[in-house]
Design a protein around this ligand. Structure first.
Ligand code: 6GU
Length: 226
């Protein structure tokens, strides 16, 4: 999968995608992420990319021309399955959306800033709008990093144990069960004995019960969805 990210603060995106699982995904050639600096498409001597909004009001708007030029230059190279605008007024990201996006070939993510982008870009290029939750971030970059991470780890071959994404919280609309590692006893805190029993079927049953209990207690809304 290839993901192109358009940003006015490309540095914000470099570090989050260069560690751990995202690093491995890229090293294995399963994921290619290219970050594009919108300033490179800015107009005039000052490489202008934003301007005052028509009709007045505080806050700058990202201009149509630099955005269009950047998007067109990428579209000339390949076909995009989705051109996604990262915005608080988008569809709220969930595991189901990440699963669907992980099946695509080429994605473009456009990070908004300031008051947003000229609406004509949304009308003519954007095929999907994503928000990562009901709060406002200074820009779409951190949200884009969240999207890339959640998609990247789902690509076949990225996780070491191919099955492990299947047991993630949310993958079946249940939260993940508690986990423990050595030692089996610390102070007088003991690991549930079933996990030490070696009885696979009992362990699986216990984990499922714990998932259900945890979901009922913490996120009953997930159970109502089923
Ligand atoms: Cl995608 N962008 C911004 N600026 N704020 C957000 C968001 C995105 N998702 C939640 N808050």
């Amino acid at each position: 999968m290839r993901i192109d990210i358009l940003s006015v603060v490309p540095d914000l995106l470099h570090s989050p995608l260069q560690h751990s699982i995202m690093k491995r995904a890229q090293q294995k050639g399963l994921l290619e992420v290219q970050v594009h600096d919108l300033r490179d498409f800015g107009l005039g001597k000052h490489r202008q990319i934003d301007d005052y909004q028509f009709g007045g009001g505080a806050g700058m708007v990202m201009m149509v021309e630099p955005l269009s030029n950047c998007i067109e230059s990428l579209k000339a190279e390949r076909t995009y399955d989705e051109i996604i605008y990262m915005t608080p007024d988008g569809q709220r990201l969930n595991q189901s959306i990440s699963n669907q996006l992980s099946l695509k070939g080429n994605l473009m993510l456009l990070c908004g800033h300031y008051k947003g982008i000229d609406e004509r870009i949304r009308e003519h290029y954007i095929t999907m709008d994503i928000s990562i939750g009901d709060y406002v971030l200074s820009g779409g970059e951190l949200a884009a990093a969240v999207v890339v991470d959640s998609i990247g780890r789902l690509l076949p071959g990225v996780l070491n144990d191919e099955t492990s994404a299947l047991f993630d919280s949310f993958q079946d609309d249940l939260l993940a069960p508690p986990v423990y590692t050595r030692p089996a006893k610390f102070k007088d805190w003991e690991v549930p004995s079933v996990l030490l029993s070696g009885h696979d079927a009992k362990i699986e049953e216990w984990r499922y019960e714990q998932s259900l209990k945890r979901t009922e207690e913490r996120r009953p809304d997930l159970l109502e969805r089923q």
